[in-house]
Structure formats: structure tokens, C-alpha cells
Write a protein that binds this ligand. Structure first.
Ligand code: AHR
Length: 833
């Protein structure tokens, strides 16, 4: 694009955008060089990043976009940081640009990055201010005025005009893509005005089938939105271990302490927290009850109350000791919201030494919001810890197990794998918060609870053993993700995000922890210490770990690379069969994506974990995202994705955009081996993140439209992709692009599965020709999810009918249809497939 054209297109854009035409300054002749001005502003609390403007004479300046950000700061947490103060840009003799800036007014940290084209920047590095780095921060600051009289401070550079061309081109493309991505179905009435029902043809090709991944659809479990404690983990007592700590919320809530969710009822009883003689060094806080006049109670409120079912059995247990007093009898009572006792039992607390005491409570009526009371029957002083109320009716009746209804909802998705424990929970907020699997196994009182970076507390009662057991119970492969020796790049606890990393001196031990996990999961209890622990916990047989994720959305810095390489090489040389999944940043583009891919390719990492939370428009307009990926490079695990609309609902629009995109992912499932929608669970009233796949409260579960899409894909996945000719009879690309198909076959059953997504406001009639794939008349099962884009409560409808090898199918407006045709393995044999 030459300058004239740029000016033209820029002008058009600016008209479209409604911006001032004063930005367009025509130049009579194209000069060889131009002036480029780099600057930042204080807008959005200095979070707007680096901007450019250009000039032919160094006097009259034209902005490239209206403060369009060519570079933003990656430092620290999203809430408080990501700021760029006083950027300095400099080019060295080799043509490399270096940019440095202050990350804020107080940390005395300089961020630095480099680039060749001012568009694609290297991952950022962060240095103490006193260290001398390029670019020299004492260079002059230039001051310019824009035609509107606004002053800006930065640096003027003399550059080749082609560089300015490229920056303008880039801005144009970005703006155009952003417009496409922003499209929403609410505008379909005008976008598709007058559109008549569309016709399409799907014809099975004689060409070879493509083997695709058997593990394509999985689930992503993270303890976010109270997904574990108070959620999937069936414990009914909140803060059972008295280990809640103000630091869980980084000191922002003084009520969030060891007494949280507990209170005293009645007189003659005081409740304090002690830590002098704990039951375990990892569980240092416990409750002391001083009773001067019996009758009062220590009360737990549960997680928004305790939900109980009439006639079911609940295991109550605590660690207790009587310190002073005469009576060891303590009553345990469950009361409904009206104060009526629905279950009670008496336990006997031992004198002087900690002992686990148990009883079983059976409620006489159901209640959604009970409380638990501990009522000593005599005067004296008592110590209590690990006060637990656990339903016996857990998923598969596992002790210390999972809430049956939520677990079953996950099982119904037929996930081929389950990723855990995150997400950001895996690499933590600061080095001290990195999730350590060894802290999460063994007796509950010996596990090390920890701060949850989503602003609450993790008991780790749902720990690695329980995760692996659950995976086995639902037939999903376990996919643990461990930090790559660095915490979250958005860490706010401890300053400069992940830049420190685990000190190199400690990395050997950290790597050993990872090797020990493989031993724990897969080893022989007779020869391996770690496997013996697994066997003692109740699982002598190996768990069959195949996949291991290392890292999560990390900044691909040198700190990261050094540590990842150490881990990768150690695991790969000792356990070459374990498939390691690397990480390529939080987005589908940008410096971590580019650098992550380069690094993983060089290291020959088998799979990398891509993440992107994008708009429905992005999913619709990027259907070919994987078509051109190089198959000789690492394969892909799309580990976190979701379709986000303003206001973050789950509705048919978000669901259909994912359904359409997944038809394209299936086409590429020779490369994309795994996918998992994120996040999975959200407890009503406690969500830090929306949308989620499943919402729940203490008694109910609400499945989302996105859930049904995952379920339809989970139930109807195949391991062979059937190439087809697909023609949409409409010349308008916007129309054609909103209708998609995918045909797969399950080689175990021979079933053929056709998926059809129609994101148009009109019907699409498809003429299917399945010759060579379907013989005679066959019964098909049809499942359809349809409605209006804003619908949040539609569910798939099932029906069945007979078809031959040719038939027509009418896709309803805004719908996703799955047609399953019963297979014929005998015919396979005849055809020698
Ligand atoms: O899914 C929620 C969060 O999104 C994950 O913890 C993190 O990996 C991503 O940024």
C-alpha cells in the first residue's frame, strides 16, 4: 500500500469511525523518509500503551489511529498494573528497536522489550531501575503538538517511509478485524435483510479418511468461582480447618480470618483460635471453646447454609480434646432455618490428647439451609479442629468424594480427559502460591491449605488423589498442569509477576517433585516410594497418566525458558512416553504466542496449550484458524476457550459460535488433539469469572447452552474425519461462512456422525449425499439445539427417522444439529476399511 492509498483508506476508516478528518494530511509526493513520533498518554491510568504519529516535515503530525496501542505493558496484575510510564524508544545500528518504560511510580522497575518492525514485540523483561539497560533512559524527550492543539511528549525518530506504511497498514488491518470480531447477532436483521432460506450440499468424497484425535473433547477444572470447596468437593462445613487467613484476600477483608463462617450462639461460651499444639504442623490453627455455663454452641454456617436431604446419612467428624472440665459429652446438632433440630448425636471428646471422633447424622427432613451446632454439655475448655460434615451419598459413594449431582453433570459430558487444577491456580500468584501437588495428598489434616488467587481459600481436600480418582471414575484421562517453575505472569503478590521464578538453586527439587508425580501416578508400589503412597491411599493400580501440562499462559521470558527446559528435559529423558504439553501464552497472537511457538518447536514439545477467550464474531470469522498450521510442528491443545459477548452471558449466540468453530476444529483434529471450554463451574453468588459452562448452588444445577454444545460434541465424537465436498449456494461470504458441517465416524461402532451448524436467521436446506458411507435404509438419531440468539434456556431436542444414502435435511434458523447414523462394521469388513 502506498502512502496515497493509505491516506485514502485511513480517511475512509476515519469517516466510518466518526473520527475527525483532520487526521488525514495529504502529501504531494512520497518521500523516502518520514518522522515517526512515539508517545504514551496518562489515559486509563497510563494503561493505553505506546502510540505512534507521523509527519513529513516534523511539524504537522498525523496520529496512527486514535491512540492505537502498538505495545502495552505486561507487568503485574490486571487490577492494578499493566501501566506504561514515560516510554523511551530507540533503534540500534542493526535496526533493532528497544523500548523501555517505568511500570509504575513506586516499584522502581523498568520494563523493556524489542522489535524489528514496531509491531511484533519480544516478551517483556523487567529490571530494577538502577540497572543500566538499553535504551538509554536519559535520551531527550521531544514535545509535539497535534493539529487539535493537544501536546504529547515522546521521541521523534527519522525512519524510512515504508515503516510508516506498515504501521498504518497494520492499524488498518487490526481495525478491520476488530470490526469483524465485534459483529453480533442482534444486528442480523439488518445484516441479512431479505435473505431467503439457504441451500447447501454435502457430498461424501471418495478420498481417504483422516485419523483424528480420540481425546478431542475434555474438561478444564479449576478452583475458580468456588468450583472446588463449596462446589464439586462435597464437604459441607466451611473453614473446617480454621485456616482461613486475611492473606487469602491479600488483606482486603479483615473478617476473612480463622473464625470465618463460625459464630457463637448463646451465653456462657467463648470461641478463640489457638495454634500452640496443633494436630498437624500443616494445619496450625484450631478452635478453643471455653464454656462457663453449658447451653451455648459453636455454629457453622456452611457454604451459604448446609443443604441436607431427609433420610440420607452424613458423616460427622472432628479432631477434639478436652483441656479442662468434667464432661466429655458434646452434642452435635443440625438445625434448619427455623431453628428446628433435624438431626443430632452425642460424641465423646477425649481428655488431653487430640483424637478423631465420628458420628453419623440422618436428617429427619430435607432443608436447603441448615447450620451445624457443636454444644458441649459441661463447663470446661475444649479444642476442636477439622470439623467435617460429609454426605455418604457422594459420586460413586467415594469417601471424601464429590458432590454427586455436579460430578454426574461432568460425567455426562463424556470428557476424554480432565485438566486440573487450573488455569492460574496451577501456577499461582507469586512463587509462594505455586500449586504443589505433594501438599494435596495424604490425610486431610496433613495437607497444606493455601490461598486461592481468585480471592478465597483452598482446603485442598479435593487434591491430586481425588482428581485422579474422579478422572478414572468418569473414564477421562488425567491431565495435571504444573507450573513451569514460574508463577502467573499477572501475579500481584510479591511484586514483579513471574519474573523471579523459582530460584535456580531450588529448581532441582522442583523438577524432582514433577518426576515424583509421574512415579506416584504410574509407578509400582513395590519399588516406588511415591507409588506406595498412592497404593496406601487406596489405589494400588497405576492411574495411567499419559499427559502432563507444564506451564499456563506464561510470559515466554528467559526465566521461563530456562526452567521449562529443565523440566522438559528431565521428564522427557526419564519418561519418554509422557506427552508434555507446553504453553504459548494467553492469546491467539502476540509475543507470548509467537515466542512460545518458536520455543516449543525448537524443543520439539509434542503439544502446546493455546488459550483464547474471544467474541462470537471472532469464532465466526476465524474458522480457518488451524487449516494452515504446520503439521510438522507441535500439536495443539486448545486448553481454554469460550465465546464472550458484552455482559458475559451464555446464550445461543455464544453456544452456536463455539459449535460452528468446533466443526472446523474437528476438521483439524489431526493437529488439534484436545480442547476444553473454560471455566467449567460457577457457584451462583460467588463467580469471579463468567461465562462458565455450569452454574450451581447448594441444591440445583443450571446447565448452559454452551454446556449442551460440549455435551453434543462429547457424546458424538469420532476418530475418523470423513472428507466431504461442502457447497453453500450463496455468493455472499458472510452468509456462507455462517453455515458449517463436519462428518466424523466412530471406528469402534461404525456410527457416522454429521454435525451441522446454522448461524443464520433463516433455514438452511442441506442435500446430503452419503454414498459409500451409508447402505440401505438407516435409522438416524437427530439432536437439535435451536432458538433465538439471546435464548439462555434452550435444550437439545431428540427425534429419530429413517434415511437412505441421500436425503435432505432442513437446518432450523440459529441451530446446531447432530445426525447420528447407526454404523455397520460388517460393511467395513467388506470394504476392507
Ligand atoms: O479460566 C479462567 C482463567 O483464564 C484461567 O485461570 C487462566 O488460565 C486464564 O487466564
Amino acid at each position: 500500500m502506498n502512502i496515497k492509498k493509505i491516506i485514502l483508506t485511513s480517511c475512509l476508516f476515519l469517516v466510518v469511525q466518526g473520527e475527525a478528518l483532520a487526521y488525514c494530511v495529504p502529501l504531494p509526493n512520497r518521500p523516502d523518509s518520514l518522522y515517526l513520533f512515539s508517545y504514551s498518554t496518562t489515559k486509563k491510568h497510563c494503561r493505553n500503551g505506546l502510540h505512534f504519529a507521523w509527519s513529513g516535515d516534523g511539524k504537522r503530525w498525523t496520529k496512527i489511529g486514535n491512540e492505537f496501542s502498538f505495545l502495552t505493558c505486561d507487568y503485574g496484575s490486571w487490577n492494578t498494573q499493566k501501566r506504561m510510564l514515560d516510554p523511551v524508544l530507540e533503534r540500534n545500528a542493526d535496526g533493532v528497536w528497544f523500548c523501555s518504560w517505568l511500570v509504575n511510580e513506586y516499584d522502581k522497575i523498568i520494563a523493556r522489550t524489542q522489535t524489528l518492525d514496531l509491531i511484533l514485540w519480544k516478551p517483556q523483561e523487567f529490571y530494577p531501575e538502577k540497572i543500566k539497560i538499553r535504551p538509554d533512559r536519559s535520551v531527550r524527550r521531544d514535545s509535539i503538538y497535534f493539529p487539535d492543539g493537544i501536546q504529547a511528549v515522546g521521541q521523534i525518530h527519522k525512519v524510512e517511509s515504508s515503516l510508516v506504511d506498515r504501521l498504518i497498514d497494520y492499524y488498518d488491518q487490526k481495525t478491520y478485524r476488530n470490526q469483524l470480531d465485534a459483529e453480533q447477532m442482534k444486528d442480523d436483521a439488518s445484516r441479512f435483510k431479505g435473505l431467503l432460506p439457504v441451500r447447501a450440499q454435502l457430498t461424501v468424497q471418495a478420498g481417504p479418511i483422516k485419523k483424528i484425535s480420540k481425546d478431542l473433547i475434555g474438561i478444564f477444572f479449576e478452583d475458580i468461582n468456588y468450583g472446588a470447596d463449596g462446589g464439586l468437593y462435597a464437604e459441607l462445613i466451611q473453614n473446617r480447618d480454621f485456616e482461613y487467613n486475611t492473606h487469602d484476600k491479600l488483606g482486603s477483608d479483615s473478617n476473612w480470618n480463622a473464625t470465618y463462617s463460625w459464630k457463637v450462639k448463646g451465653d456462657g461460651l467463648t470461641f478463640t483460635i489457638d495454634s500452640v499444639m496443633p494436630i498437624h504442623v500443616h494445619n496450625s490453627h484450631y478452635a478453643i471453646l471455653n464454656v462457663t455455663a453449658p447451653g451455648g454452641a459453636l455454629v457453622n454456617m456452611g457454604w451459604d447454609g448446609i443443604a441436607l436431604k431427609e433420610g440420607e446419612k452424613y458423616d460427622f467428624s472432628l479432631f477434639g480434646k478436652r483441656i479442662t472440665g468434667e464432661s466429655s459429652n458434646v452434642n452435635v446438632i443440625l438445625r434448619d432455618k427455623l431453628g428446628i433440630a433435624v438431626a443430632s448425636s452425642q460424641i465423646n471428646i477425649p481428655v488431653g490428647i487430640w483424637k478423631k471422633v465420628k458420628t453419623v447424622l440422618i436428617p429427619s427432613s430435607s432443608t436447603e439451609s441448615a447450620t451445624l451446632e457443636i454444644v458441649p454439655s459441661g463447663s470446661g475448655s475444649y479444642a476442636f479442629d477439622m470439623i467435617s460434615l460429609f454426605p455418604q451419598n457422594t459420586f460413586k459413594n467415594r469417601p471424601n468424594g464429590l458432590r454427586r449431582d455436579i460430578a454426574q453433570t461432568l460425567a455426562n459430558l463424556h470428557p476424554r480427559f480432565m485438566r486440573f487444577p487450573g488455569g492460574c491456580v496451577a501456577h499461582g500468584d507469586g512463587i509462594g502460591n505455586i500449586y504443589r501437588w505433594k501438599n494435596t495428598i495424604g490425610p486431610l489434616e496433613s495437607r497444606i491449605p493455601q490461598r486461592n488467587l481468585w480471592g478465597y481459600h483452598q482446603t485442598v481436600g479435593l487434591g491430586y488423589y481425588e482428581f485422579f480418582q474422579f478422572c478414572e471414575d468418569i473414564g477421562a484421562k488425567p491431565l495435571p498442569v504444573l507450573a513451569a517453575g514460574v508463577p502467573c505472569q499477572n501475579s500481584q503478590d510479591g511484586g514483579a509477576g513471574q519474573q523471579g521464578g523459582i530460584p535456580m538453586n531450588d529448581m532441582k527439587a522442583y523438577v524432582q517433585d514433577i518426576l515424583d508425580l509421574i512415579e506416584w501416578a504410574n509407578g509400582n508400589p513395590r519399588t516406588s516410594y511415591w507409588a506406595k503412597l498412592r497404593a496406601e491411599a487406596g489405589h494400588p493400580k497405576p492411574f495411567g497418566l499419559e499427559y502432563l501440562g507444564i506451564g499456563n499462559e506464561d510470559l515466554i521470558s528467559e526465566v521461563f525458558k530456562d526452567r521449562f527446559k529443565m523440566i522438559y528435559e528431565a521428564v522427557h529423558s526419564k519418561y519418554p512416553k509422557i506427552k508434555i504439553i507446553g504453553t504459548v501464552g494467553p492469546f491467539y497472537e502476540g509475543s507470548d504466542y509467537e515466542e512460545g511457538w518458536k520455543f516449543a518447536t525448537e524443543l520439539k514439545v509434542p503439544i502446546v496449550d493455546e488459550h483464547y477467550y474471544n467474541s462470537p464474531g471472532w469464532f465466526i470469522n476465524n474458522r480457518n484458524f488451524y487449516d494452515n498450521y504446520d503439521r510438522s510442528k507441535p500439536h495443539v491443545y486448545l486448553g481454554e476457550y469460550a465465546s464472550h459477548l458484552p455482559g458475559r452471558p451464555n446464550n445461543l449466540e455464544t453456544a452456536l459460535s463455539c459449535a460452528l468453530y468446533l466443526t472446523d476444529v474437528e476438521r483439524n483434529a489431526d493437529l488439534v488433539e484436545m480442547t476444553s471450554y473454560a471455566p467449567l463451574l460457577g457457584k451462583e453468588g460467588h463467580c469471579q469469572w463468567r461465562p462458565d459452562l455450569i452454574y450451581f448452588d447448594n441444591t440445583k444445577i443450571k446447565l448452559t447452552t454452551d454446556y449442551y454444545i460440549q455435551e453434543l460434541y462429547g457424546i458424538n465424537s469420532g476418530d475418523e474425519y470423513i472428507p466431504c465436498i461442502w457447497k453453500v449456494e450463496n455468493e455472499n461470504e458472510t452468509v456462507a461462512n455462517r453455515v458449517g458441517e463436519s462428518v466424523v465416524r466412530d471406528s469402534r461402532t461404525g456410527d457416522v456422525i454429521i454435525k451441522l451448524a446454522n448461524l443464520l436467521p433463516v433455514q438452511s436446506r442441506v442435500a446430503l449425499d452419503l454414498k459409500g458411507l451409508v447402505f440401505g435404509t438407516k435409522k438416524v438419531i437427530l439432536q437439535v439445539l435451536k432458538g433465538r440468539p439471546t435464548d439462555t434456556d434452550v435444550i437439545p431436542q431428540e427425534s429419530s427417522f429413517d434415511v437412505g444414502s441421500r436425503f435432505d435435511y432442513e437446518m432450523p434458523p440459529y441451530s446446531f444439529s447432530v445426525i447420528r447414523i447407526k454404523g455397520n462394521l460388517l460393511m467395513d469388513k467388506i470394504l476392507n476399511r
